[in-house]
Design a protein around this ligand. Structure first.
Ligand SMILES: *Cc1c(COP(=O)(O)O)cnc(C)c1O
Length: 435
């Protein structure tokens, strides 16, 4: 895959534009002005872009209830946008569940997935009255039944199926192969469904599946949904009602301009296997909605040329801010922010962060115009699995977050003061008492 040019990157991203004087704009707002105001590194999110992604997906998947996968970007303002767009939420922890409720999602529109829900998290879900719990193992089903029965509650349950399908995505984000930690091996499903129907406190309503993330191919989706359709028929033939199928998420985003699976193709895979079966269908997209809506705005700290095989930019953003390149070798587009910089002739350039790890590399030999110290760079499509995965390694405070919406600009998370990093740490008295 060859690297797209700056013009290619801009052409594929209608929310970005270049102004002759102001440089790179996100939804019409100059990024240089945001850097002046907030400093760098900073996350910048376009609310209109986020809303437009939901609208596009909802139009393609008409008739399928959408639940935004909160883990892709769980900022309250992002969740408020999703809730405001009328979709539900998919959560994977008690923390996400509380966040989703705090952001305004109706509990009935929340689905709870995850391989290791604790007893406390299951109690929380029952108390909140959430719409559906996607149970990931026979053991979890029994625990949930005992808890629900003891509290006089009834849990609405879907069984998450491991369909044994290889989604042909990155090893670290494949979830639907036999032996992966997610879901219940499909051969166990019909008997377990029958057992669930007889358990106290459990109301089984259907099946769920999620085979991985960053999918660019319809074939694994088709295979997984065909497997689910077969299971629905088998379970119904045994005399049990199946009302709902949750089709998961995983729709890939074309970070590098690669041939992408369109929402319509995903919709086709769902309908091809599951339409006309009198099922309530739902899906849990995260990345496809959130990825392009945010970028990471960063500044060049140093340009190294002496003794280097090619120029190397050391940015003030690092792997603790955006982990995806270090963790998945993920490719993110990068654009200089100044119009003058954007017009330069690209040369192969290494781009790294300042953290003391060899994996703190954003790109190798990336064609970029020559940049000087202090130049601003936007790392694109950082809205999904970006800020949520940030950490404070090397005692680097969490980067602030800014949201723009129709010309308005708001800081939605301030820069964390360095003292916050140790404000909840204590030195035990026995160290202080040392004579
Ligand atoms: C992470 C996750 C999703 C969302 O995946 P994307 O690739 O972000 O669309 C959906 N469902 C479940 C159960 C997940 O764990």
């Amino acid at each position: 895959m060859s690297d797209p040019t700056p013009a290619d990157l801009l052409a594929a991203r209608p929310h970005l534009a270049v102004h002759a004087a102001d440089g790179l704009l996100l939804e019409g707002v100059p990024l240089a002005a945001i850097a002046d105001e907030t400093g760098t590194p900073s996350w910048v999110t376009g609310a209109t872009t986020f809303r437009a992604r939901i609208a596009r997906l909802a139009a393609a998947l008409r008739g399928v209830h959408l639940h935004y996968a909160v883990k892709a970007n769980d900022h309250l303002a992002i969740l408020a946008l999703a809730a405001g767009a009328g979709i539900g939420a998919d959560v994977v922890s008690g923390g996400e569940l509380r966040r989703a409720v705090a952001a305004g999602f109706a509990p009935a529109r929340i689905v709870f997935s995850g391989v290791g829900k604790t007893a406390d998290e299951l109690r929380l879900a029952l108390a909140a009255g959430i719409g559906q719990i996607n149970v990931e193992s026979p053991e979890e089903l029994l625990t949930l039944s005992a808890i629900a029965a003891s509290e006089g509650a009834t849990a609405t349950v879907a069984l998450r199926v491991n369909p044994d399908v290889d989604a042909r995505t990155h090893e670290k984000i494949a979830t639907g192969r036999a032996g992966d930690k997610f879901g219940i091996p499909w051969p166990l499903i019909p008997a377990l469904y029958a057992r669930a129907a007889a358990l106290p406190g459990i109301r089984p309503v259907g099946l769920a599946v999620h085979i991985g993330s960053q999918l660019h191919d319809a074939a694994p989706y088709r295979a997984a949904y065909a497997r689910l359709a077969g299971l629905v028929r088998d379970i119904r033939a045994a005399g049990h009602a199946v009302q709902a199928v949750d089709c998961g998420g995983g729709l890939g985003f074309p970070y590098q301009g690669e041939p992408a699976l369109l929402p319509e193709a995903w919709a086709g895979a769902i309908a091809g296997a599951l339409a006309g079966m009198d099922l309530t269908l739902s899906a849990e997209p995260g990345r496809w909605i959130a990825a392009p809506a945010s970028l990471l705005l960063t500044r060049v700290i140093r340009v190294r040329r002496e003794g280097m095989p090619r120029p190397m930019l050391v940015l003030d953003a690092a792997m603790n801010d955006l982990l995806r390149p270090a963790m998945y070798h993920a490719w993110h587009g990068m654009l200089p922010v100044a119009a003058r910089d954007l017009a330069g002739v690209p040369e192969p350039t290494d781009v790294v962060g300042p953290v003391c790890e060899s994996s703190d590399v954003f790109a190798r030999a990336r064609p970029l115009p020559p940049l000087a110290e202090g130049a601003l760079v936007a790392i694109l499509d950082a809205g999904a699995y970006g800020a949520v995965m940030s950490g404070a390694y090397n005692s680097r405070p969490r980067a602030p977050q800014v949201m723009v919406d129709r010309g308005r600009v708001a800081t939605i998370r301030p820069r964390q003061p360095p003292e916050c990093l140790w404000s909840d740490e204590t030195v035990p008295p026995f160290l202080a008492a040392r004579g």
